[in-house]
Design a protein around this ligand. Structure first.
Ligand code: SF4
Length: 276
């Protein structure tokens, strides 16, 4: 079967921790590592595509199994014909991404997992070819052990840091958490201190309403002090249907709506990329 951007199921190939996807935002094949095999996250975003998502922390990781799966997948991709067989022509292997069915930095074995990934990067001499990415809502980046594990990683790395809104009432609706701008600042500054960082923002029409001008302006004002430190902003909209039950209707933004919102952010000197 072919991997496509509209199907990011973790279960296609029967691996527990490691799953390949073709990612719009990564720009090719991304080898995901799912540390939340129990589908538990500390947030509950209304657009989340994780089925049977529940609140909570990940279950313990079987590090031997994770290492073995990662080895097998890298062998298939690098030495085998996986890319030719399962992706469209010209697809390129782009990254290993800590991005699963919940928040990866909630994982107690996070630093062990980083060590395993580094060993496999070294074994296959991947450092000059692909990146390692941490896709996160940022909640635990303030923790010393998490920050230290990421800071110590001597590879091309990026943190993709989720900020869907900077208004607490909207965050409550979209991400279903109580989060203040002070807390987002603290988490973002922790990310910026240890890694190149990209802001990832999911824009959704909720009950037929686009994000308001005031909400976009607050977002711009929030990011302004960090504009020389943030690598880029990824604005994207729903690629796949939500798996969450919600009283709200959610709609994907059109290309034109995405561009109009990006234009309203042009006082930021941060490159903005839209993915609709
Ligand atoms: S942070 Fe990610 S995994 Fe967690 S609920 Fe939101 S979209 Fe889903």
């Amino acid at each position: 079967m072919k991997l496509i951007v509209t199907n990011h199921s973790r279960d296609i190939f029967n691996s527990r921790y490691v799953y390949p996807v073709v990612s719009r935002r990564a720009g090719g094949l991304s080898l995901g590592i799912n540390l939340n095999t129990n589908n538990a996250c500390n947030w509950q975003c209304i657009y989340c595509e994780v089925p049977d998502l529940k609140r909570g922390k990940p279950e313990p990781i079987n590090l031997d199994q994770l290492k073995s799966e990662l080895k097998q997948w890298l062998k298939k991709i690098i030495e085998g014909d996986f890319i030719d067989k399962h992706t469209d022509a010209n697809t390129v292997f782009k990254d290993i991404a800590l991005s699963g069915n919940g928040e990866p930095t909630a994982c107690k074995e996070f630093s062990n997992v980083i060590t395993i990934i580094k060993e496999e990067f070294d074994f296959y001499k991947l450092a000059s070819d692909i990146k390692i990415r941490l896709i996160t809502n940022g909640s635990y980046l303030y923790k010393k052990e998490i920050a230290a594990a990421w800071r110590g990683l001597s590879l091309e790395k990026e943190i993709w840091f989720k900020i869907d809104s900077t208004q607490s009432d909207k965050i409550k609706i979209i991400n279903q958490v109580n989060l203040t701008t002070k807390q987002i600042k603290k988490n973002l500054e922790s990310a910026l201190a240890v890694s190149p960082t990209i802001i990832q923002t999911c824009l959704t029409k909720i009950n037929n309403q686009l994000p308001s001008a005031n909400e976009i302006q607050d977002y711009v004002n929030f990011l302004k002090p960090y504009e020389n430190q943030i690598n880029s902003i990824h604005l994207y909209s729903l690629a796949r249907p939500t798996e969450q039950k919600t009283a709200f209707t959610l709609e994907r933004l059109t290309n034109q709506e995405m561009t109009q919102i990006a234009d309203k952010m042009d006082t930021l000197s941060i490159p903005i990329f839209t993915f609709s």
